[in-house]
Design a protein around this ligand. Structure first.
Ligand code: UGA
Length: 432
């Protein structure tokens, strides 16, 4: 079986690499010549633990290849997986331009029967449109079918999430398509959920939006805990013993970021409105998240009045630990606000600094260790709970900062420990 994968971002590349790891012949297609060369040299264009090694191993043994030549890649492919981005448009809807560009290339070049599998997150009904588009344009006399196969990997644990996924969802309209995808996925030894295309598309949005809803819910409970004197960490612990609730995605903080939850909540909200329906819980999820981002910034304003000339240390920039991705990271809008306040900002992140420099080349100072950031600071914001940051002792803040005032957006420390260390400590959903 010959497999082509369109797009070498998180979804495309990880899919290609994992399929080859399980013995399939895969060619990954990307339009960027430089990127393709880098991948051939065994270097992944994205920061993802374990990816480089698997990529290099499978490239070396010839099961995995990279190319810009989509004509050759698609002409005799049995299956083409589409894993290109579906970014957010200004109105919140999903931009499908990359998906349809790939479809145009597929339709012009396939010379044998082919199953096109959409892995990108796309609005409900897109797979139908993709099939129509392909069938209308296909040049050679071949049969093209489309299947939906959403991806559930998380950045930072993408390889494990793919090789040991909790489920594989296949949305098909024919037995033929189902058999072909079963042949691919049976080697993963994971539960396979087979449904129609629209349900598969909906499973992806409903899963992501439900997780985002959980986060917004717990953030609201956290905010209310502060008002009534409860402690959100104890509250979630107490809730989590109920298996119906569980202990995942109940970490209160500055809200969800990343390339998926913000985009997928808005896309579903937009799609519902476009269909004359309002999903009120999703609308609320988005509003709560927007407000939550600035929670500690507001507290810092209350505490200091003016932040002008204050030396602000920032620990953690990425939207979560384990990635260099800054998309929708709460650090960015908060740092914008701090800059408007004319604060002096020093930032530290173990892997996100290079990407951050592209956004703020001169506006903030960069250092190589958390200690350098904390030196003589008036206040510190913690935006990402990197293990390295959580390991900083409270004594270190006390020793290095001018005034030890911590605004901890990820509840890295115990309130009581901070109080005992004589630190002015602000966090989420706990007594101050
Ligand atoms: C998310 C989903 O978890 C994946 O299942 C999905 O496949 C992926 O989106 C996608 O659609 O591609 P990801 O964006 O990599 O994965 O990151 P998560 O680990 O889900 O975290 C998202 C955001 O929620 C982060 O900003 C994180 O800090 C925040 N979060 C997460 C919380 O604030 N509290 C929590 O309890 C959990």
């Amino acid at each position: 079986m010959k497999i082509a994968v369109a797009g070498t971002g998180y979804v495309g590349l990880v899919t290609g690499v994992c399929l080859s790891e399980l013995g399939l012949n895969v060619i990954c297609v990307d339009i960027d010549e430089k990127k393709v060369q880098t991948m051939k040299n065994g270097i992944s264009p994205i920061y993802e633990p374990g990816l480089d090694e698997l990529m290099a191993k499978n490239y070396k043994c010839g099961r995995l290849n990279f190319t810009t030549n989509y004509v050759d890649a698609y002409k005799d492919a049995d299956i083409v997986f589409i894993g290109v981005g579906t970014p957010e448009r200004e109105d919140g809807s999903a931009n499908l331009d990359y998906v349809f560009t790939v479809c145009e290339q597929i339709s012009e070049n396939v010379q044998k029967d082919c199953l096109v599998v959409v892995k990108s997150t796309v609005p409900i009904g897109t797979n139908d449109k993709v099939e129509e588009f392909l069938k209308e344009r296909v040049k050679h006399n071949v049969n093209i079918e489309v299947a939906s196969n959403p991806e559930f990997l998380s950045q930072g644990t993408a390889i494990k999430d793919t090789l040991y996924a909790k489920r594989i969802v296949i949305g098909v309209e024919s037995k033929d398509a189902e058999y072909k995808l079963r042949e691919v996925y049976e080697r993963f030894n994971q539960p396979i959920v087979v449904t129609n295309r629209r349900s598969a598309e909906m499973i992806k949005y409903a899963s992501n939006d439900f997780l985002a809803l959980k986060i917004s819910f717990i953030n609201e409970i956290a905010n209310f805990c502060e008002i009534v004197g409860a402690d959100i960490e104890d509250v979630t612990k107490g809730m989590s013993y109920d298996a119906r609730i569980g202990d995942k995605f109940l970490q209160a903080g500055l809200g969800y970021g990343g390339s998926c939850f913000p985009k997928d909540t808005k896309a579903l909200h937009w799609l519902a409105n476009d269909n004359g329906y309002e999903i009120k819980t999703i609308k609320a999820t988005i509003e709560v998240n927007e407000n939550q981002k600035y929670k500690l910034f507001r507290k810092s304003k209350e505490r200091f009045g003016s932040l002008k000339g204050k030396k602000v240390a920032v620990l953690g920039l990425t939207f979560k630990p384990g990635t260099d991705d800054l998309r929708e990271a709460p650090s960015i809008p908060n740092i914008r606000r701090l800059l408007e306040e004319k604060a002096e900002i020093v930032v530290y992140d173990p892997v996100g600094e290079d990407n951050f420099k592209k956004l703020f080349p001169n506006e903030v100072s960069y250092v190589n260790t958390p200690k350098e950031a904390l030196k003589d600071a008036d206040l510190v914001f913690i935006f990402t709970e990197w293990e390295e940051i959580k390991q900083i002792s409270l004594a270190t803040y006390k020793e290095l900062m001018k005034t030890p005032v911590i605004f901890d957006g990820r509840n890295c420390y115990k309130v009581q420990d901070a109080a005992e260390s004589g630190i002015d400590y602000y966090s989420i959903g706990r007594k101050e």
